[in-house]
Write a protein that binds this ligand. Structure first.
Ligand code: PHE
Length: 491
């Protein structure tokens, strides 16, 4: 039985599921390390611009597509024009590529949660992360040795993701009623702890005090725009799939605004938690906060646990933090899995939903093994870099062009306004036609320029090929699907 025929029991259930998908590791792990890397508050301004310029109009677009066509992203774009089905496929391919490594990061969180009651990392945080958790081979970019504890943790995660969505909309609604509020409550507890620490407010100042010295640095803009796409789950087809289960009378604009702004509010609260705690750590260790904040992707798994270990009751705080990460990540991961499964249900109606769900879970779980090996972190890093900077940004660009230039955008605007309390003006059409494509084209060109001039993280070309190859393959397959695959009956 397909989820297609089901309907969310309430607006609250839909918003919770959309928020559950949007609020994930991206809000805490990715947002805080990017904000740290790009100077704290210097990152906030481009981030907020990207939120208004790109996130709001595209979220309305995705919700409207799902709501009107009551189908998943490939079919939705195909309904606009047969040639556009590849744009929908790109979204599904992004989910398929990201889910396996996302699941492995959830596995890291589970291992940290397991260890948090005795915090064995204290005094050797970096070693604990790279050696104990990841079993990373330093410098060996193609080491496929297996890491059994991590494999067990990731396998548990896959079973949980499967169970969360195996009972369809009803099950998802129940799970998100816990996994959405719980991490937010924990973040508030950690925020109170952070700002009441000595010099915690120094961190808050670092994060919020406006500074525009990096405004001309394109890397900051590039990071802010790709972060918005990733964190709001844009371009993946997830929001289209979720909106397809909305009842006929649903306020598209209000739902989009609530999802977009609450998602970013959680990122900002998470940033305040991380930076206030780092403010205290900087004071304790007598180092500038900038040095701590710039520690890159290891921020949530190395520097932050170290900061927590300097505060009274580190076990409780660590437990809360990793429980927060885990619960944030679980509903994002199963949203990705649901997106894939719904697409398969759409494409292969003769197979049952449960067998397609098992199939997609097993295939993604097997792929995720690559990211648990001795070189797993390197693969994860290059794939994440190329997928978020090219595949996702490219997908959203194509969505905007398809919607702004091929669909009858004005007619869509009338449709959205006919069911929404808050009306959207012609600025929405203008954004999708001009502002978003222009911003995304500039961004993509800059990314290409900077990746051609300096190899990402100075990795060897053989490793970079993994990320570049995956992206290129996704674009080629989608192009082929759009232009050379036979026409299927549309709904
Ligand atoms: N938005 C999620 C995050 O910030 C990632 C995600 C993307 C989840 C797409 C589901 C679908 O972590």
């Amino acid at each position: 039985m397909s989820l297609q025929r089901e309907v969310w029991p309430s607006r609250f259930a839909f918003i919770s599921a959309a928020l559950g998908s949007a609020i994930g590791l991206g809000n805490v792990w990715r947002f805080s390390y990017l904000a740290g890397k790009y100077g704290g508050s210097a990152f906030l301004f481009p981030y907020l611009i990207a939120l208004l310029l790109l996130c709001v109009p595209v979220m309305i677009l995705e919700f409207a597509l799902g709501h009107r066509f009551k189908t998943t992203v490939i079919q939705a774009f195909q309904n606009i024009s047969d040639r556009l089905k590849g744009v929908g496929l790109l979204g599904n391919l992004s989910s398929f590529i990201i889910l396996p490594y996302y699941a492995v990061i959830v596995g890291w969180c589970l291992l940290y949660l397991y260890h948090s009651l005795n915090t064995p990392w204290v005094g050797q945080e970096s070693d604990f992360f790279y050696s104990t958790i990841l079993n990373l081979s330093p410098g060996a970019f193609f080491d496929f040795s297996l890491n059994i504890p991590l494999i067990i943790a990731v396998a548990i995660c896959w079973i949980v993701f499967y169970l969360c969505i195996s009972r369809g909309i009803a099950g998802v609604s129940k799970v998100v009623s816990i996994t959405v509020p719980l991490p937010i409550i924990i973040l508030f507890i950690l925020l109170v702890r952070g700002v009441t620490l000595p010099h915690g407010m120094d961190g808050i100042t670092y994060f919020f005090k406006p500074r525009f010295d990096l405004i001309w640095d394109f890397n900051v803009w590039r990071a802010a725009f790709s972060q918005i796409v990733f964190t709001a789950s844009l371009g993946f087809g997830t929001m289209v799939a979720f909106a397809s289960y909305l009842p006929k009378k649903s306020d598209i604009v209000k739902n989009s605004l609530i999802t977009v702004f609450l998602n970013s509010a959680v990122s900002i609260i998470a940033g305040a938690v991380v930076f206030s705690t780092l403010g205290y750590m900087a004071f304790k260790q007598g180092v500038p906060i900038d040095t701590l904040a710039k520690s890159g992707p290891g921020l949530a798994f190395i520097v932050f646990p170290k900061a927590l270990s300097l505060i009274p009751y580190p076990h409780i705080l660590s437990f809360l933090f990793f429980l927060c990460l885990l619960t944030l990540a679980v509903d994002s991961a199963f949203a990705l899995l649901e997106t894939l499964c719904a697409a398969l249900v759409d494409r292969f109606p003769r197979y049952s939903r449960s067998s397609l769900l098992i199939f997609s879970t097993v295939v993604c779980a097997v792929i995720s093994l690559i990211y648990t090996t001795g070189s797993g972190l390197y693969f994860l890093d290059v794939v994440d870099h190329f997928v978020s900077d090219y595949l996702l940004v490219g997908t959203v660009l194509l969505q905007c062009i398809a919607f702004g230039w091929i669909a009858n955008t004005e007619e869509w605007r009338r449709y959205i306004n006919s069911i929404s309390d808050i009306r959207i003006g012609s600025i929405w059409t203008f954004s999708l036609r001009f502002i978003c494509p222009l911003a995304l084209i500039i961004l993509l060109s800059f990314s290409l320029y900077s990746d051609f001039s300096t190899p990402y993280e100075d990795y060897p070309q053989s490793l970079l090929w993994v990320g570049q190859g995956v992206c290129l393959l996704a674009f080629i397959v989608s192009f082929y699907y759009s232009f050379f695959s036979s026409k299927r009956n549309t709904q």
